[in-house]
Design a protein around this ligand. Structure first.
Ligand SMILES: [Zn+2]
Length: 260
């Protein structure tokens, strides 16, 4: 399987990152995709990707909760990196988060749209974060529908209606992680109406660890618990879930076919 969303370059892993990677490999995780969050996280992320070249792959983007007033200059610097040769497999993670803080309401949308333009201009998929912002997200996506974008709506945990709205964008899949394994999660029910061809596996490490690790630091090896639950829900073997979701990953993150 492929873990499509893991922040293992963060300080939570400073002590034992090599063991974390070894455990992921032993659990059958074939690749790990790393979403960036801000200007400061780029360097540690790239350093780790260099050390595990061919196993870890970086993205580039500014996370909506990591923005401040001068986000424009941060975005200017980031965009320079996308011009010419670069190692990034996606623009991410980007999007909208109105859960804690709506003070940068318009700025979040401005930054998101600018990064959507990068995806179109540099032919990259989007890793999209959305929290308490479904309506605004769909409105923005509609404005860009003709650009035939592709990507992942990461950490999906919404209703069937929301899933259907998001999947009306043909190049996109839902990122499914630990929330799927939680007792009160409506996701198993919602996924009854979502084909396997439209989902990818993720952990969102270090957050949202799946059962039986709930409450602990999440890590990529726990993707196996998400895989197991998907196999149970879709009534197909674990091998089939990983094969089919891997195909989705390779078609969305097309640079993975080129970068070794
Ligand atoms: Zn994330």
């Amino acid at each position: 399987m492929i873990d499509t969303h893991s922040h293992i370059y963060g300080p939570e892993f400073a002590e034992d990152i090599d063991q974390v990677i070894t455990r992921a490999q032993e659990a059958g995780v074939e690749k790990i995709l790393l979403p960036n969050i801000n200007a400061e996280s780029i360097h540690p992320m790239l350093k780790l990707c260099e050390r595990y070249a061919g196993y870890l792959y970086p993205m580039l983007g500014l996370h909506p909760t990591d923005m401040d007033k001068d986000f424009c200059s941060v975005l200017d610097d980031m965009e320079l990196q996308l011009q010419g040769n670069h190692p990034y497999i996606a623009v991410g993670e980007v999007g909208l988060d109105y859960y804690w803080d709506r003070s940068l309401y318009d700025e979040q949308q401005e930054a998101f749209e600018r990064q959507i333009e990068w995806a179109a201009r540099y032919d990259l998929p989007l890793m999209i974060h959305s929290r308490s912002a479904h309506k605004e997200l769909v409105n923005i996506m509609e404005r860009h529908r003709s650009q035939e974008l592709r990507g992942v709506f990461h950490c999906f945990g919404g209703t069937l209606e929301e899933a259907q709205e998001l999947l009306s964008f043909p190049g996109f899949a839902l990122g499914i992680g630990g929330v799927l394994t939680y007792k009160k999660s409506p996701l198993p029910e919602v996924l009854q109406s979502v084909p396997l061809s439209r989902i990818v596996i993720e952990t969102d490490s270090p957050y949202l660890a799946p059962v039986p690790h709930r409450g602990q630091r999440n890590e990529s090896s726990y993707a196996i618990d998400v895989l197991k639950k998907l196999s149970y829900i879709y009534k197909v073997s674990e091998e089939e879930v990983s094969e089919r979701t891997n195909l989705n990953v390779m078609s969305i993150f097309s640079r993975l076919n080129v970068l070794v």
